[in-house]
Structure formats: C-alpha cells, structure tokens
Design a protein. Structure first.
Length: 391
C-alpha cells in the first residue's frame, strides 16, 4: 500500500524561534502524526482542519514551541477509508510519534480511537461527532468541538419553539446520509423537537454514493411537509438543494447539512437554489468569545477564505493540547489525559469542560440562513445579526 505523506513542519534543524535563534540540538522536535483524509469523500470538508493545523504550528513555533521544543507535524492521507486509516495509525505508532490524532469523521475515529485506547494514547478528535463514540467509555478520547452531532441542532429546535404557533411547522420530512454521525444529527434533532409535536411525513436514509437526489425530492414533494430536514456530506447536499429547486420543492423551512453549507464555496455553488435554506451548527466565524476573533483574522489573512467549524475544532484541539502541556510540563499521555478530563479550556469554540464521557454539551447552538446570497445568523438572539425568514 502506498501512503502519501505531507510534512507540515520545516526540518527541525532549520526552524527559527521568535527570538531569531535556531532551535538547540538538545531540544528534539515534538513529533505529531495526523491521520487525515486528504482525498476521498471527506477531503473537502476536512481541508480547513489541515489549514488550522498549519496555522497553529507556525504560531506555536514562533512562540518558542512546546516545553521549549519545536513542533513537527506530519499528515498522512487515509483516503477517507477506515481500513487505510487503521494502517496509517499503526504505522505512526510503530514510528513512535509523540502524539497521533485522526482528523477524519466518526467512521475514521471509531476504529482508530480503539487503537489509541489499547495503547493508552491520547486521541483529541476534532471531527469525531457521533455520541456513540463516547458512550463506549474510552478514557483517552476527547471531542474538541463544542457540540456533538446529536447536539448541533439545539439552536434550531429553540428557534422553532420561539415561533408563533401559527408559523411553527406541523409536519416534517427527513433525508439523512447513512452514516453514524449524520444519523446522529437527525435523531438528536428529533429528540430536541419532540415536544413540538411535528408529524413525521417521511424519514429516509440514502447511501454516500448518491448521484441523483431527484427521487428523494419527488417523494418529499408528494408528502407536502411544512419543513424539510436534510443532513449529509458536501456532494449529496448540493445535489439535494439543486434537485429541490429544479422540482419546485419550497417548504416554508428547509434545513440542510452543515458539512456542505458551512463551506465558503457552498452558496456560490448552489446560487439562488439555496436562498432561505438554513443550517444548524456549533460554530461560525462571527461567534463572539475571547479567542475567536484573532483566530478568524489570522486564518483569513493566511488562507484568504472563511474558516469552517472543522477549522475551529482543529484549532481548539491545539489550544487544549497546548494549555494541558504548558500546565503539566509533561508529554506523558496519562498525565495529559487526567488534566484534560478535569480542567476547563478557553478555545475558539468557547469554553470546554469535559463530562465523564469526553465531550461537552452547549446550552445553545447557531442557526444560519442564506438570505440574498449572504449568511445571516438568526439564532441565538445574542449572536444574531439578522431575522429568520419563512419561505
């Protein structure tokens, strides 16, 4: 098997510190290996995560490194295939990297976190969204976002509950990509809105290799629901939005998957077909907290594009690691695990304090609506920069 590797770090001997002097030969680099989908199904959505890693690495080395040592990061392409991911993780283990992380989705994290647990290796997972991963009781696995798949729609449920009774949807159709994370998004939303007594007009799942969403749209249109809730990856969501426009499906409320909708290119891709569609997410660049503005500013200046939630989750992972290493003065996996599980962290996604399962649950999340080609935060009220509009 041929594995393509991308070195993010400059050779340790040539990395220059903020003071302008070369790193000492007595301080070997801290080596971090990342198993990441640079190609395949997950590549588009995970690319911002890789860019955040590059950004943090430059910043931490400019600040003098971790424990006075340079940080050297190697990313290895798992091609969005869980089997390849396991092989990559095992190879990085054999090469004795100081830290090994997985930046792919829940399917990737599911198997590699088992290896991490068996080897007592810390697994900080920015894209391990499915709650089922954490219910296994693993002690070394931590999610570095602020809302799991099941919790990402808390804000959307609150928005619906805030509507006047006559404007609240009475029926809803669900279309979900068959994947542990996305079925979690749908099931979580259904739990959050169960008190709204919406009738389920349709609840279908579809495979990852979807190449035509028209049959799904036609099925939904026959049911004539007040609301449509779709969640999935980038390509299938784009197909869904385009097919809905082509078939004249225009429910008062259309919620689409945030994996696609959060991408900077989404609205340019679907154009008017996405107008008044909305998406629920745990993070947006406009979120107001202590460290987010500087992160967004530096990211935009470096990459000339809007960061996504994957970029933020990745950067939060490095903030957590940096704070834990600095506080403990240690790279020991057990020491860091104990510290991370028992302390709070200030991150770009907001404060994180882990529960006993390795994730945190927010009080609320973000809802964004596309209005005239622009993103407008419509929930929660303290973050909103516009008003929600029914179609």
């Amino acid at each position: 098997m041929r594995i393509y590797t991308r070195i993010l770090a400059i050779a340790a001997s040539t990395i220059i510190s903020a003071a302008g002097s070369a790193w000492s030969a007595d301080n070997p680099p801290i080596r971090i290996g990342i198993d990441v989908p640079l190609t395949g199904f997950f590549a588009d959505s995970i690319r911002p995560s890789v860019q955040s890693t590059e950004l943090w690495q430059k910043q931490i080395n400019a600040r003098g490194g971790l424990l006075g040592r340079p940080v050297e990061i190697t990313t290895v392409d798992n091609k969005s295939a869980p089997e390849t991911g396991v092989s990559v993780y095992q190879d990085l283990l054999q090469k004795n990297y100081d830290f090994i992380f997985e930046d792919g989705g829940s399917l990737m994290v599911q198997r590699e976190s088992t290896l991490a647990e068996q080897h007592h290796r810390l697994m900080l997972a920015p894209a391990g969204f499915a709650q089922a991963l954490y219910k296994r009781g693993y002690k070394y696995l931590f999610f570095t976002g602020n809302s799991l798949a099941e919790d990402s729609t808390i804000g959307l449920a609150e928005l619906l509950a805030s509507l006047p009774a006559e404007k609240r949807p009475k029926s809803i159709a669900y279309a979900t990509l068959e994947n542990i994370a996305f079925t979690g998004v749908t099931r979580g939303f259904q739990d959050h809105v169960k008190n709204l007594n919406m009738k389920t007009a349709l609840d279908v799942t579809y495979p990852a290799n979807l190449n035509d969403a028209t049959p799904i749209i036609e099925n939904i249109k026959e049911q004539d629901p007040d609301m449509v809730f779709q969640t999935g990856l980038s390509n299938d969501t784009v197909l869904f939005v385009r097919a809905a426009a082509q078939q004249g499906l225009k429910p008062p409320i259309m919620a689409v998957g945030y994996v696609a909708a959060a991408l900077p290119s989404f609205i340019d891709t679907v154009k008017e077909a996405g107008d008044l569609d909305l998406y629920a997410t745990g993070w947006e660049p406009e979120v107001k907290n202590a460290t987010n503005p500087d992160f967004v500013k530096n990211y935009v200046e470096t990459y000339h594009e809007r960061p996504t939630y994957n970029a933020a989750h990745s950067y939060a992972r490095w903030q957590i690691l940096e704070q834990a290493v600095s506080a403990t003065k240690s790279l020991d996996q057990d020491t860091l695990r104990d510290y991370i599980s028992s302390h709070s962290f200030d991150t770009v996604v907001g404060p994180i304090k882990y529960n006993e399962l390795g994730y945190s649950t927010p009080a609320d999340t973000i809802v964004v609506q596309f209005q005239n080609g622009k993103r407008v935060i419509v929930w929660p009220k303290d973050q909103a920069n516009g008003q929600f509009e029914l179609r």
